[in-house]
Design a protein. Structure first.
Length: 197
């Protein structure tokens, strides 16, 4: 008889535990709501390689040089874009100074203007993440100008080229053919990049 009571108690505990786990996963907290289509659109600021999502605007390297100073880029990236503690933005003709480099270390060999496969990657990153502490405060013309400045200083475009929503996606980047998508999505059990299990 004691055995049956113990078995019944265990079954009851299992039912209660299962109910608690299932009810904890149910969205019944009464807080939050589904975002509206307009709210989703406002947060969807990603720019693809073709640049279809780029806003109107334009900028030149000369305008970007002034903005690089006035918007505070030099505080983190240095006056020349290559000697600050933040990632190197402009390839330096001299060897690195030995100053500490924030991880992941971006140096003259892999600046974004030389490493990114598409110029739109630069526009997207600067637009969404710079300047540090004041992210998304740059106007489209300012982002086009800073991108033009960085592309010019790294030898990718000429100084007089105007960057806008039409010309920027057409820029042929030095690493345009140096990247590739994997042939198939990664599956559990397959080796990862760089030999990681």
């Amino acid at each position: 008889m004691a055995w049956r009571k113990l078995l019944a108690l265990c079954a009851l505990m299992l039912v209660v535990a299962t109910y608690q786990v299932v009810s904890a996963q149910m969205p019944t907290y009464g807080i939050g709501r589904a975002p509206t289509p307009d709210e989703i659109k406002a947060w969807d600021i990603a720019i693809g390689p073709e640049g279809k999502e780029l806003p109107p605007g334009s900028g030149t390297a000369a305008e970007g040089a002034q903005l690089f100073v006035s918007k505070g880029c030099t505080a983190c990236h240095g006056k020349t874009g290559s000697e600050g503690p933040a990632p190197t933005l402009i390839k330096s003709d001299t060897q690195a100074s030995g100053a500490p480099c924030l991880a992941p270390c971006v140096n003259s060999a892999n600046t974004i203007a030389l490493h990114a496969p598409f110029a739109t990657v630069m526009w997207d990153y600067i637009n969404r993440g710079m300047p540090l502490g004041r992210e998304q405060t740059l106007k489209p013309d300012e982002v086009y100008s800073i991108v033009a400045f960085l592309l010019n200083k790294n030898g990718v475009i000429k100084e007089d080229e105007v960057m806008n929503q039409t010309s920027l996606p057409k820029v042929v980047m030095p690493n345009a053919k140096g990247w590739a998508l994997p042939p198939e999505p990664w599956k559990h059990g397959q080796p990862r990049l760089a030999g990681y299990p």
